[in-house]
Ligand binder design. Structure first.
Ligand code: DGL
Length: 259
């Protein structure tokens, strides 16, 4: 495997670009290929077997393009499929899980809220992690409908605001001091969320931690790209490219491809 080979990322859609942005900020010399499997979004309502099958499909597509490492930029795919992926393919995998640990360790009220998909909140991996914080009350909320709205480009809309208000109000009433965003689509909702929650509630997502972990694993495998004069990023979607383009602030070319 060569250092110049790209980092491969996949998500059920455009949300994993929040992870891509963090990786690109920390590792600006890396080439990348981002796969938005928007046709199959949302993953959060699919069975574990379906999520594993889709994750395999995405991984194999990225490996065909010679990716040196795969970032599963989706909490739902990570919590349901990363074990199977690691067992099947001989390439390093980086996953993303809800950042419960930093929230639980820093909470003063011992109450934290988590907003994530049904697939993530129902996964064994999530149950195992959340059960290890016995003295913390974790208020779980499935973000029904949020991914679909984001995929349609309906981020700053009254419908989104109302949904978020419904999901966040009970958490505010239960005195949480941390809100964990357990889905890579949700960082795009932070401006809306901030209009709803009081400033004393801190919002955490996992993007920065995933970028640091990606760097660490590249270093350990001697795959960090230190010399790249012609950085190349490829964004692929199997659905309408316009929303992906706009979430990338029209700074990158997006190609529609069947995968
Ligand atoms: N971005 C995915 C995640 O982090 C969204 C899952 C979905 O498509 O429901 O979980």
């Amino acid at each position: 495997m060569k250092k110049n080979n790209p980092i491969g990322l996949f998500d059920s859609g455009i949300g994993g670009t929040s992870i891509w942005k963090e990786i690109n900020k920390l590792l600006p010399l890396e080439n990348s290929i981002y796969l938005a499997d928007s046709t199959n979004a949302p993953y959060g309502l699919k069975s574990k077997d379906e999520i594993i099958a889709l994750s395999r499909k995405n991984t194999e597509f990225l490996l065909d393009k010679n990716c040196k490492i795969i970032v599963v930029a989706c909490n739902t795919a990570t919590t349901n499929a990363i074990k199977e992926l690691r067992a099947s393919y001989d390439v390093p995998f980086i996953g993303i899980e809800p950042a419960i640990k930093p929230a639980a360790n820093n909470s003063q009220t011992h109450r934290i809220g988590i907003l994530a998909t049904k697939g993530t909140l129902n996964s064994d991996l999530f149950h195992k992690t959340s059960a290890s914080f016995e003295n913390i009350k974790i208020i779980e909320q499935i973000g029904h409908g949020l991914v679909q709205l984001i995929e349609n480009g309906d981020i700053d809309t009254p419908e989104m605001f109302d949904l978020l208000k419904t999901y966040l109000k009970p958490m505010i009433e239960q005195n949480i001091d941390y809100l964990v965003l357990g889905c890579s689509h949700y960082p795009y909702l932070i401006p809306q969320i901030k209009k709803i929650i009081p400033p004393k509630i801190k919002i955490i997502d996992s993007g920065e931690a995933v970028a640091k972990q990606t760097k660490k694993i590249l270093v350990e495998n001697n795959l960090l790209n230190l010399n790249n004069k012609d950085v190349n990023h490829v964004f692929l979607t199997n659905s309408d490219p316009e929303v992906l383009k706009s979430i990338l602030e029209n700074k990158h070319k997006v190609i529609k491809e069947n995968f």
